[in-house]
Design a protein around this ligand. Structure first.
Ligand code: FCX
Length: 435
């Protein structure tokens, strides 16, 4: 057994015993109440899931196993001195629950390098789609084609004991994460770079290799990819992509099927697709105003127009967060360090100064502050990654780290099939009448 797998098993055994005791003693305690409004309004605020890898605080933002993004930027191993964290380290932290050493991180990099081979039929499946297909559709088709490689599906068909589900799940998770950069880069080069592909570099880390295979050799772009892959990885369990992956996995669909389900959710404009929508919206604003350097007054008018047209301002608002997303702030700091004079990046910062008071004045929005998607596109455009329809694929590669570490835990903790109760409005009316 590999060393990380062994450590995971030990941690999972200990957690299982702890949870068993916890439930024995406190299993009947109430953790919350549910109002009628909540079941009609997206279950907002209902605690109904366990997700071990990260926890979202409405004011402070995300913490991965207790560590905030700035703390991780200080404590996770990096590829270059004082550089951005290596996402391999974050995956280790989410999976094992402890900060990794440099050696642990190198080990994860090596394992993913070794497991990164993508079979030819996956590329053929992607090639069968028209070139106009959205990159997220190509991506999910690629992941689905890769499902032929699932150890979990094979072991289950043979007849595996419940106690051992975690084992092939773990192997599928490592294989799948290892292969995603190749699939993502293949889609990028196929759709936007004349189908001219770049072979992986066996010496590079996971995110650095993604940048390389996409055709970006600038070291600061590689750093951006390392930061990007770290900050988009997980946002506790109830967001659409995490929840969908977990839900589908609860039916014992293998990690390929479960992850693909989650990524179909990430492809929605209110979730991960918001990153492309932000840049599209800014480009449309620039076109309409005839300038690539709009003033705050011009931005204000454009925002009001967007709202009057019954549309959302992409990149702003959040179902849980009530402050500026620390993922936005981390990207802003990257911008200040690497490209302080970039016009588009400065426009993003001007939008940040303009939008919150306008949204606040609507009186109905719970969070007028920017989320992760408000910033990411402008940084990518700076390096020449202008094809914004591709952005959500980058989010998807990163999100694999969180949702798949979680899937390992779901199977190791023996979580059952998920099946909440639903009601009809007639049933609600009968209940209100006391029938
Ligand atoms: N612009 C305009 N109106 C907004 C808005 C925005 N950015 N955000 C919320 N509102 C509106 C809602 O549409 C809703 O209006 P309604 O009552 O007329 O239907 C009202 O304000 C209350 O919504 P609220 O409770 O604050 O927000 P929700 O929890 O329902 O939704 C999202 C949260 C994120 C979906 C919402 O703020 C939104 O649509 N934002 C724009 C899209 C976006 O940036 N999504 C990415 C989110 C995230 F970071 C990610 O998953 O990647």
């Amino acid at each position: 057994m590999g060393i990380i797998k062994e450590r995971f098993k030990l941690k999972a055994d200990a957690a299982n015993a702890e949870i068993k005791d916890l439930l024995k003693e406190h299993g009947n305690k109430k953790i919350g109440e549910v109002t009628l409004a909540q079941i009609y309004q997206g279950m907002r605020g209902i605690t109904g899931l366990v997700s071990e890898t990260s926890l979202l605080d409405a004011q402070e933002g995300i913490r991965f196993r207790g560590y905030s993004i700035p703390e991780l930027q200080k404590s996770l191993p990096t590829a270059i001195p004082n550089g951005e964290p290596l996402p391999e380290g974050l995956f280790y932290l989410m999976l094992i629950g402890e900060l990794p050493t440099e050696e642990d991180v190198h080990h994860v990099t090596n394992v993913w390098q070794r497991r990164s081979h993508v079979p030819t039929h996956v590329f053929k499946a992607i090639d069968a789609l028209p070139i106009s297909t959205h990159p997220m559709t190509m991506f999910v088709v690629g992941v689905m084609a890769l499902q032929t490689e699932s150890d979990f599906a094979r072991e289950y068909a043979k007849g595996i004991s419940k106690k051992d589900y975690w084992n092939p799940t773990y192997d599928d998770v490592m294989d799948l994460i290892a292969r995603l950069p190749r699939i993502a880069a293949y889609i990028y080069r196929r759709k936007y770079k004349n189908n001219e592909h770049i072979q992986p570099d066996g010496l590079l880390d996971w995110a650095g290799n993604l940048a390389h295979m996409m055709g970006f050799e600038d070291e600061s772009f590689k750093e951006l990819m390392r930061l990007y892959m770290t900050i988009h990885a997980d946002h506790e369990g109830g967001n659409v992509s995490a929840h969908a992956t977990h839900l589908v996995g609860s039916a014992l669909s293998d990690p390929y099927l479960s992850y693909a389900a989650g990524m179909n959710g990430l492809a929605g404009p209110l979730h991960g697709l918001a990153n492309q929508e932000v840049i599209k919206w800014i480009f449309e604003m620039q076109k309409e105003l005839g300038t690539d350097n709009p003033s705050k007054e011009q931005i204000e008018d454009y925002v009001k127009k967007t709202i009057a047209a019954g549309k959302v301002v992409p990149g702003y608002g959040h179902a849980v967060l009530r402050k500026t997303d620390p993922r936005f702030t981390a990207q802003m700091e990257f911008g200040k360090k690497h490209m302080p004079d970039d016009k588009l990046v400065n426009t993003v910062w001007k939008i940040y100064e303009t939008v919150p008071p306008i949204l606040q004045s609507l009186g109905k929005i719970k969070n007028p502050w920017p989320n992760v998607d408000a910033h990411s596109g402008a940084l990518l455009v700076h390096y020449g990654l202008v094809e914004y329809e591709f952005y959500t694929v980058l989010f998807a590669v990163s999100r694999a780290l969180g949702v798949l570490a979680n899937l390992c835990w779901d199977r190791a903790l023996g979580f059952p099939i998920e099946r909440p109760k639903s009601v009809t409005t007639s049933a609600v009316k009968r209940w209100l009448k006391g029938e």
